[in-house]
Design a protein around this ligand. Structure first.
Ligand code: AHR
Length: 507
């Protein structure tokens, strides 16, 4: 039987894959915060200070490294002072982007920071450029991180928190070309410099500022932000006044107004979704090439702080709440993104899937009536990939018979792979995109002796298999038994439509 050969030089570690590419995103949108993370202290759902403990426990399994909040588009409507102080006195607002519902601000800064502490995750605060002021942003970081008796530190204390928090990541606006103000790239580049200046480092808290970046193929936006930096070719210090720029890219198969369905799709739509997910690799190449022209030393980070599938909402749910199911296809969309992030570890410093609970490509779905919690197939890809966190990327050269399929005007490779190494271990990720055929991949392992291995696979009988409260384990990882020794290393038989990880023990 023909097979694909993957050559991996185990002794040639590359750039570190930041654990932050396994980051998450929680917006005030639909049931992500309310009903997802937050049930309130009086709820029957077990909670700590109003935060759902089952959700925390599940996300801790993923060792989630960071959480972006409060948006998305919501962030540029959000005024942080409305979300601090006694909850019953907090003003209300209209969430005009997401369902036009009234937001009571019961989940605000203190609740978010408590959530991050429970998760063991770094906070990534998304600041308001679109409708906020420089002063408001400046005071928020002071409120969060200042230790002495400054006005904002005193206000924080009056609201019940003595110690400052650590806030390593701060977003300067969101989608400034769209919901964040409909600005031109040149206009926003100036504002990003100005706002970033006032997001100060207080009390030893070092902030990594991320300016709202491009969507999809908008290389002009990336180039304009890169041009706005102070000269980057001198010295080795961090870039100023912001240190990273973002990129947003969503996967769907139809038009914006009819994106395709999460669970009902044809074989062509299976391949189209995966081809569009694999396109992330080209986007990173091309945005990266623009960045390289201005920053060959790669001191500016690329932060893919929104990515994932975006399907039509589940029938009967609020169209503004973006609630969708999540199948094996979504899991493979995730594995392809991670392969791309691993390959670009020298530039991609962070990524945040949209979004963590009940919105878009979620890790977790909660039932609004029974409160049952379901882990999605995408959750399991994150779990299977935990070994890549902060590991050194290894190049994987796919040679000999890589099957392809013509999709969307291009050739889609039906095998995708990436690998990393940490100490005496290595982790290899393998995706078989073929909807129908199994695939054998020979791992040609060079440079170090392999003294042990174990493997897991995520698959199901049907490509649209998904987990529900009734069948929460329809798609879960199991041991992959079809890994055999081979003259060149190991031979791995991948089932059709599957994702597998092979963990190697090295001498
Ligand atoms: O994730 C949903 C929305 O998608 C975000 O609010 C926005 O930034 C993007 O358009």
């Amino acid at each position: 039987m023909s097979h694909t050969v993957a050559v991996i030089n185990l002794d040639l570690p590359g750039a570190t894959i930041s654990r932050h590419v396994y980051g998450h995103f929680a917006e005030h949108l639909g049931r992500c915060i309310y009903g997802g993370f937050w049930v309130g202290e009086d709820s029957d759902v077990p909670n700590e200070g109003g935060i759902r403990l089952d959700v925390v426990e599940a996300l801790r399994e993923l060792q989630i490294p960071n959480l972006r909040w409060p948006g998305g588009c919501f962030a540029d409507d959000y005024h942080w002072r409305d979300g601090v102080g006694p909850r019953e006195q907090r003003p209300r607002m209209v969430n005009s982007h997401w369902g036009d519902v009234v937001e009571d601000n019961s989940f605000g800064t203190h609740e978010f920071m408590a959530l991050c502490e429970l998760l063991g995750a770094d906070p990534y605060i998304s600041g308001n450029v679109g409708s906020g002021s420089v002063q408001e942003m400046s005071e928020w970081i002071e409120y969060l991180t200042r230790a002495d008796d400054s006005p904002m530190a005193a206000l924080r204390r009056a609201n019940g928190r003595d110690e400052p928090w650590k806030v390593p990541f701060f977003g300067i606006g969101n989608e400034a070309w769209g919901c964040g103000g409909h600005l031109r790239a040149e206009q926003f580049a100036s504002l990003a410099r100005q706002y970033s200046t006032y997001v100060r480092n207080h009390a030893g808290n070092e902030v990594y500022r991320i300016a709202a970046g491009a969507s999809d193929h908008d290389y002009h936006w990336t180039e304009t932000l890169m041009k706005s930096f102070d000269p980057l070719d001198a010295g080795n210090g961090p870039a100023a006044p912001f240190q990273g720029i973002s990129l947003h890219y969503y996967t769907f198969t139809g038009e914006w107004s009819d994106k395709g369905w999460a669970t009902e799709f044809s074989t062509d739509e299976w391949y189209l979704a995966l081809a569009r997910a694999a396109h992330m690799d080209e986007l990173l190449d091309r945005h990266g090439a623009v960045m390289d022209r201005y920053d060959p030393k790669k001191r500016v980070g690329l932060v893919v702080d929104e990515w994932g599938t975006w399907w039509n909402v589940e029938k009967g749910t609020n169209p503004g709440f973006l609630y969708q199911q999540n199948t094996l296809r979504d899991a493979l969309v995730a594995s392809l993104h991670f392969d791309a992030f691993h390959r670009h570890a020298d530039r991609v410093v962070m990524a945040n899937i949209a979004q963590t609970v009940n919105v878009l490509q979620a890790m977790l779905l909660t039932d609004p009536d029974t409160n049952a919690l379901v882990r999605t197939p995408t959750f399991h890809v994150f779990a299977m990939n935990a070994g890549h966190h902060d590991a050194a990327a290894l190049d994987v050269h796919l040679v000999d018979d890589v099957p392809t399929r013509s999709v969307d005007g291009g050739d889609l490779a039906l095998v995708s792979a990436s690998a990393s190494t940490k100490g005496d271990t290595a982790l290899v990720s393998l995706t078989n995109l073929d909807a129908d055929a199994p695939r054998t991949v020979v791992l040609d392992l060079r440079g170090r002796d392999v003294v042990g291995h174990s493997a897991r696979v995520l698959t199901a009988d049907a490509a649209n298999a998904h987990n529900t409260a009734e069948r929460p384990d329809a798609v879960i990882p199991v041991a992959l038994e079809t890994v055999r020794k081979h003259d060149r290393g190991l031979e791995v038989e991948l089932p059709a439509h599957s994702y597998a990880t092979v963990e190697l023990t090295l001498a």
